[in-house]
Design a binder for this molecule. Structure first.
Ligand code: GDP
Ligand code: MG
Length: 134
């Protein structure tokens, strides 16, 4: 998962971490980083043909983000259910994006879309010694 720049600016880090803990995820990795424009381009490479790619890369490298690794049964789907739809206007009541997102781009959090991509994204940001799963 990633807490996006709007989460840091709007001081929602604590609220979102509380949601994560209350919903039974184990945090096995967590750190604040600043993505370069190149980092963001690489991270979102799958979207490079989409019209919002350029704006998205600018946005994700505009300020610090918090990257994290969450462990749970069926974690990918469980996290996507908790964060809600991409556009906060369409997100269900009580979801993180409904509660904390600014708009469709600055939508508070990132979630991996598959186990395969989660593994790639984790290895993009974390070394083995930064992860504590036992
Ligand atoms: P997600 O899996 O729900 O995060 O959504 P996507 O994988 O489709 O898009 C990746 C990210 O790009 C989203 O989380 C948004 O930050 C951004 N994004 C998606 N759709 C749009 C759009 O239509 N306009 C803009 N400006 N940003 C978008
Ligand atoms: Mg996605």
């Amino acid at each position: 998962m990633i807490l996006k720049p709007d989460t840091i600016i709007n001081k929602h880090i604590g609220h979102i971490i509380t949601k994560i803990e209350e919903n039974g995820f184990k945090i096995v990795g967590l750190k604040l980083i600043r993505m370069s424009r190149k980092d963001a381009e690489k991270f979102y490479e799958v979207h490079k043909e989409r019209p919002f790619y350029n704006d998205l890369c600018n946005y994700m490298s505009s300020g610090p983000v918090i990257v994290g690794v969450l462990e749970a049964e069926n974690a990918v789907q469980k996290w996507r259910d908790l964060i809600g739809a991409t556009d906060p206007k369409e997100a269900k009541e009580g979801t993180i994006r409904k509660l904390y997102a600014t708009n469709k781009e600055a939508n508070a959090v990132h979630g991996s879309d598959s186990v395969e991509n989660a593994k790639k994204e984790i290895s993009y940001f974390f070394s083995e010694r930064e992860l504590s799963s036992d």
